[in-house]
Design a protein around this ligand. Structure first.
Ligand code: FMN
Length: 208
């Protein structure tokens, strides 16, 4: 699918076809997700995919009963790893080897990342993980797999259900699955969008 078409036709889907999403299909979507940009290229995302009935039922409970959590073929939860040092050695040595930065600077950055206090990194992980989750939605849609990004869930319950490390900050839940094209949802026009005139301003007031 052409990028513009993917952007314009993606929609949040709540009604899914009764069709499985194989693990190979899921992993092929994540092959695209891995190319998302991230701060320093540190790739602080950790995704947990739940594609079994029991797991999805637990997530649905944590998501205040939202039905599409169990109707979708799978649910991905994006977490941000608050430990900036987690992948720092590989990332900065790669950048030094490929000429993106000097070797001594790379070594210095590895040390700095390891000293960074976890509790100050929430905003930092949300930025990169949200971009990765966005790539996920479009990479999925490019393959005909619909999604719904979700913020309506209880963070403690999600972390407890998925038993993730304390250093993983929950960012976004996404349902994934082939859409039910027979559903009314598809017949509805896309929801309104504000126009760029309303949400873009130029600092100089827009003078040409
Ligand atoms: C941060 C965020 C949180 C959202 N939370 C939920 C949610 O909890 N449940 C849900 O059904 N949709 C949720 N949505 C989907 C929005 O309702 C949807 O993107 C919006 O209405 C625009 O519709 P569209 O995606 O079909 O264009 C969320 C979207 C975002 C970006």
């Amino acid at each position: 699918m052409e990028t513009g078409e993917a952007i314009r036709t993606r929609r949040s889907v709540h009604e899914y076809a009764d069709e499985e999403l194989t693990r190979d299909e899921i992993l092929s979507i994540f092959e695209d997700v891995r190319w998302s940009p991230s701060s320093y290229n540190l790739q602080p995302w950790e995704f947990v995919v739940v594609d079994d009935e029991e797991g999805q039922a637990e997530l649905r409970e944590a998501a205040y009963g939202q039905e599409h959590v169990t109707d979708a073929a799978a649910v991905a939860v994006a977490f941000g790893n608050l430990d900036r040092g987690a992948h720092a050695e590989r990332v900065f040595r790669d950048q030094a080897e490929k000429g993106y930065r000097a070797e001594d600077r790379a070594e210095k950055l590895i040390e700095e990342m390891q000293d960074e206090p976890f509790e100050q990194n929430e905003r930092w992980v949300i930025q990169s993980c949200t971009i990765a989750a966005t790539t996920l939605m479009y990479a999925a849609w490019d393959r005909g797999v619909a999604s719904c990004p979700m913020g309506g869930w209880d963070a403690d319950s999600v972390c407890e259900t998925l038993d993730v490390p304390e250093t993983w900050h929950p960012v976004l839940m996404l349902t994934l699955g082939y859409p039910d094209e027979e559903s009314d949802e598809w017949e509805r026009e896309r929801k309104m969008r504000r126009s760029p005139d309303e949400f873009v301003s130029f600092r100089d007031g827009g003078e040409e």
